[in-house]
Design a protein around this ligand. Structure first.
Ligand code: 3PY
Ligand code: MG
Length: 245
């Protein structure tokens, strides 16, 4: 979700997706709108994930406190990056998340003890693999205890692999990387998600076996719907009624 308005979050959540992701890296999500967005998704019966700004692990811990079901950390390049992420968002002994999930307990209906006992399993921590360096280090990143899985950013990965020459998720280097990342994750039993710019990319990723695909953003849905509505006006068969006869 590029926008962060609760009603748009709820509308998209009701469209049939399994979850929505509020974007605090490139989108408008802030702590306040994350709190509202998580609640709006909950109204639709859906979990909300949050993509953090670069290095924004503190915001990640706060997002979990207000009931986010998972976090996506962009530009994780090394095991040390992944470790810092996990430290901030998982309770001991896995990490050092600080206690204070007041809203999350309300939304989940869990008692204090039950939340503490289950939060590390109930909240996803996904590291974005989207640079050549991350690709080189993917096995070490995957080995970080408490990191639940990966999310591939094919746009940034193409920018990195082409040394800044192109944004192209179909870049051959990116396509080869998908197989390498998936194989490494499979070896350690962790899932790999991927961002899809279009439904066509999403279909391709479904065929490639990705278990979780982030399709969007919401602004693309809005502009596609608006263009479709406008073109339908002129494509519609004549009714024979109205001022023109
Ligand atoms: C990427 O493809 O680089 C992304 O971060 C998708 O949002
Ligand atoms: Mg990216």
């Amino acid at each position: 979700m590029f926008t962060a308005y609760p009603m748009i979050v709820e509308t998209v959540a009701r469209a049939g997706f399994d979850s929505v992701t509020l974007d605090a890296q490139h989108g408008f999500a802030t702590f306040e709108t994350i709190a509202e967005g998580v609640a709006a998704a909950a109204l639709a019966g859906k979990p909300a994930m949050v993509r953090l700004p670069l290095g924004g692990f503190a915001l990640g811990a706060r997002a979990l406190d207000v009931g986010a079901a998972g976090l996506v950390a962009p530009m994780i390049d090394t095991a040390a990056d992944a470790r810092a992420f996990v430290d901030a968002v998982k309770y001991p002994p896995v990490g050092r998340r600080s206690w204070g999930p007041v809203r999350a307990m309300g939304l989940t209906g869990l008692s204090r003890d039950a939340y503490l006992a289950t939060a590390n399993d109930l909240t996803l921590a996904l590291a974005m693999i989207e640079t050549e360096t991350a690709l080189r280090n993917v096995e070490e990143i995957l080995a970080v205890d408490g990191l639940d899985g990966l999310l591939i950013g094919p746009n940034d990965l193409s920018v990195s692999l082409s040394a800044g020459a192109a944004v192209d998720p179909a870049h051959p280097g990116v396509v080869a990387a998908l197989a390498k990342i998936s194989a490494a994750a499979k070896r350690v039993g962790k899932p790999v998600a991927i961002f899809a710019n279009t439904s066509a990319f999403a279909s391709d990723y479904v065929r490639r076996g990705f278990p979780m695909i982030a399709l969007g953003p919401d602004l693309a849905f809005l502009s596609a719907g608006a263009e479709r509505a406008l073109s339908d006006v002129f494509d519609a068969p004549a009714t024979g009624e109205g001022p023109g006869g």
